[in-house]
Design a protein around this ligand. Structure first.
Ligand code: F6P
Length: 319
């Protein structure tokens, strides 16, 4: 392999730039040429491709977002679209690609590998929803952002005997909710794993107010479960707390990556280049019990999602 490409795809995540930098630096330092593919698979199809040097990735380690831009391209499922992408790669002499993104991006990487272009996936998503890795690039930073917001919401909620109902991202994965609940001392965490029984949650809130005499309550709820504005109104109606909804939204996707994300992204970027140099494709990089590993994408996509029963039990024992 002499020339590789790198792209970011799907929702951006803090630390993607650190991964781009690691891939570029590790590869160029062993004499490879690296090409940046802009705007994800869309840019691959359209030929938005430019060479990256060690200088082009200077001063990006600490920057959120992705200098390459990102996009979602559902049409990449279509073989004709992928053929166009491969034509572009051939035009630039790109023999292998590092794809930084979530599970949708992994599917594209696997399909390209099956068509003869070795691809390695790196888990870049704030959701932490990739079963083949203990942690994804961006999760630590997003978690910090959520916890920072929770700490602030506690200040104001306890000053007004309020209940803050906070919606966090996660795309059907409850990790951002559960980990931020544990870190911020929230009263209630609702995820797809815990389920949502509205009247039971209202009962528990009444108990926090009347029996436990709490001045505030923080409820963290994963996106796509219920309308938090409506639920906050019900809190005001049916409990002693006055309810307020906060949807943290895309704030969670931005910001300078934590050192944890920077190191993780650097280690994973290095592994991706090493795998490509060994002629490996169709794998994704993960961290498992502290070790950086390569896992076949097919296997990764079929793994059951991580159970959080233990952490949920811990949460229940702490409230
Ligand atoms: O996958 C990352 C993520 O931020 C999810 O948490 C969320 O559901 C989704 O992307 C939002 O997507 P978009 O930025 O396209 O609205």
């Amino acid at each position: 392999v002499k020339r590789i490409g790198v792209l970011t795809s799907g929702g951006d995540a803090p630390g993607m730039n650190a991964a781009i930098r690691a891939v570029t630096r590790v590869a160029t330092n062993i004499g490879l040429e690296v090409y940046g593919i802009y705007d994800g698979y869309r840019g691959m199809v359209d030929g938005k491709i430019k060479q990256l040097t060690r200088e082009s990735v200077s001063d990006i380690l600490d920057r959120g977002g992705t200098i390459l831009g990102s996009a979602r391209l559902p049409e990449f499922k279509d073989i004709e679209v992928r053929k166009k992408a491969i034509e572009q790669l051939d035009k630039f002499g790109i023999e292998a690609v590092v794809v930084i993104g979530g599970d949708g991006s992994y599917r594209g990487a696997l399909a390209l590998t099956d068509m003869g272009v070795n691809c390695i996936g790196l888990p870049g998503t704030i959701d932490n929803d990739i079963a083949s890795t203990d942690e994804t690039i961006g999760f630590s930073t997003a978690l910090n952002t959520v916890v920072d917001a929770m700490d602030k919401l506690r200040d104001t909620s306890s000053s007004h005997h309020r209940c803050s109902v906070v919606e966090v991202m996660g795309n059907r994965c409850g990790d951002l909710a559960l980990f931020s609940g544990l870190s911020s001392g929230a009263e209630i965490v609702i995820t797809s794993e815990t389920g949502f029984d509205e009247s039971e949650v209202l009962d528990r809130l009444r108990e926090f107010d009347v029996v436990k005499k709490k001045n505030h309550a923080l409820v963290i709820i994963s996106e796509k479960i219920t309308d938090v504005e409506i639920f906050a109104r019900k809190v005001s109606q049916f409990t002693g707390f006055s309810g307020r909804a906060t949807i943290l939204g895309h704030v969670q996707r931005g910001g300078s990556p934590t050192p944890g994300d920077r190191v993780l992204a650097s280690r994973m970027g290095e592994k991706a280049v090493d795998l490509l140099m060994q002629g490996v494709g169709g794998q994704c990089v993960g961290i498992q019990r502290g070790e950086i590993v390569g896992v076949p994408i097919e296997e990764a996509l079929n793994m059951p999602s991580k159970s959080r029963k233990d952490l949920q039990n811990l949460f229940d024992r702490l409230v």
